[in-house]
Design a protein. Structure first.
Length: 259
């Protein structure tokens, strides 16, 4: 992994550690995100309760998620805990690691074609990251949906274009899905045909939305977008359009029932 953090880990930080050595009463680790930082996990911080064999919980060569208990920047040393990391923290950190590796694989893939040094390219990109980004993957996510630009002057134009193409191919923008349930009441003899015609017009105008009839005069509208606020605005526009298409004798309201 090319990624590293500057400075030193703080107390209560959740960090990735490689298990270097296991003794009877301690685990010796190196911190993946902080170069030259090492640490120790006392046996009582490995797992709650009595531990008969520490190797039942940790093995050399494995990557584990730990919480920093104490930091000594002068010695580049931390005391860490394995047992104080809850499942949510562990899952989030493992997910972050996977995503960061995915971002680095994109760089390695493109560099393999151009015969560039992937670590050097990573460092060049990382140096120009805006302060709002803590890691490469989140930046690549915004590049994939044109919310951020890959501005690294030292990169060759061909390499830069290759990276952008690979990012857009391999990292799809995350989507949010909005659902709106409505109930429609008609006082017209041809109400069913009129409502159907209105929804046909909506389907033609808003191709990104999905409209379905769920029975009992109830309809559901589904809309996906990479931006939640844009999805909300688009949903409001759809409902306003529906209101303008329906005659006064046909009314609709939001269905708040759970069914």
């Amino acid at each position: 992994m090319y990624f590293f953090r500057e400075g030193h880990p703080e107390q209560n930080d959740i960090v990735l550690c490689n298990v270097d050595r296991v003794s009877r009463d301690s685990v010796f680790v190196s911190l993946l995100e902080y170069p030259n930082y090492v640490g120790i996990i006392p046996i009582y911080e490995v797992s709650p309760g009595r531990i008969r064999n520490i190797r039942d919980f940790v093995q050399e060569g494995k990557v584990i998620v730990c919480k920093v208990m104490r930091t000594d920047p002068r010695r580049r040393h931390v005391t860490a805990s394995l047992r104080r990391v809850n499942e949510g923290q562990r899952r989030n950190k493992v997910s972050w690691l996977k995503q960061e590796k995915d971002a680095e694989k994109i760089i390695e893939f493109v560099c393999s074609k151009s015969k560039e040094n992937p670590e050097k390219v990573f460092n060049e990109i990382y140096k120009m990251l805006p302060e709002s980004y803590e890691d490469l993957f989140s930046f690549f996510q915004d590049v994939s949906c044109d919310k951020a630009e890959l501005n690294a002057p030292s990169l060759q134009p061909e390499l830069k274009q290759g990276l952008i193409a690979a990012i857009k191919e391999r990292i799809k923008p995350s989507e949010v899905e909005l659902k709106k349930k409505i109930r429609i009441s008609s006082y017209l003899d041809n109400g069913v045909e009129t409502i159907r015609s209105c929804f046909e017009q909506l389907e033609s105008r808003y191709k990104e939305a999905r409209f379905s009839y769920t029975g009992g005069g109830k309809y559901e509208i589904k809309l996906k977008d990479s931006d939640y606020k844009k999805a909300e605005s688009r949903m409001k526009e759809i409902l306003d359009t529906l209101a303008s298409l329906l005659p006064d004798e046909i009314v609709f309201e939001e269905d708040l029932s759970k069914k």
